[in-house]
Design a protein around this ligand. Structure first.
Ligand code: K1U
Ligand code: ZN
Length: 185
């Protein structure tokens, strides 16, 4: 498996819509496996294809042992409201409160191309909504008030300094460390 570079804020691909897959091929399965590997190494709970420079409609999530690869995910029902803090692997060290549905039902294809439906609540619902947003070129900062968004962008520019690179390299994480986190959850 390969650790993929993650594209960061200002990269045009993060604002792109993605392409619906007509079938799930071995190449897509390799991408899914690399996305999981990259997500774990980056200590994320989700990752969307655009974040690794790809335009296929694919995302992965792993929240409290609910692990899914979602191909062509669509929210078919949503209910309630929750407000909570979000981060993004494409905007490291920037956080903000976002209001989202408390509960969503998502229809998708799995890694084998089989139709699935998942019932997601709380953090899983938040994460899935965040990832589906990525697949349509939306970022969590888009939901912040103008003032909060400006403050977040100011902090981002300050953290970046003169660094103009549009990707970040993810360092491998040792497997034991990953299992330790699993046990904490
Ligand atoms: O898509 C991404 O950028 C991944 C992002 C997903 C996400 C985090 C928090 C709320 C909604 C969606 C991350 O995983 S950032 C890492 C992070 O903030 C986090 C990690 C573990 C638990 C909770 C948050
Ligand atoms: Zn994100």
């Amino acid at each position: 498996m390969t650790l993929l570079d993650i594209w960061v804020l200002d990269a045009p691909i993060l604002r792109q819509d993605t392409t619906v897959l007509t079938e799930v091929t071995d190449e897509h399965r390799r991408l899914i496996d690399d996305m999981f590997e990259t997500m774990y190494a980056a200590r994320g709970i989700g990752l969307a294809a655009t974040q690794v420079g790809r335009t296929e409609r694919i995302c992965v999530v792993d929240v409290e042992k609910a692990k899914y690869a979602l191909v062509n995910p669509e929210i078919i029902a949503s209910e309630g409201e929750q407000t909570g803090e979000e981060g993004c692997l494409s905007i490291p060290e920037i956080y903000g409160d976002v209001t989202r549905a408390q509960h969503v039902v998502v229809r998708a294809l799995d890694r084998d191309g089989k139709p699935i439906e998942i019932d997601a609540t709380d953090l899983l619902a938040r994460c899935v909504q965040h990832e589906i947003d990525h697949l349509h070129g939306r970022l969590f900062i888009d939901y912040l008030s103008l003032l909060k968004r400006q403050a977040a962008l100011k902090k981002w520019r300050k953290l970046r300094g003169k660094d103009k690179s549009l990707t970040r390299k993810i360092e491998p994480r040792d497997v034991a460390e990953h299992h330790e986190r699993d046990e904490e959850l």
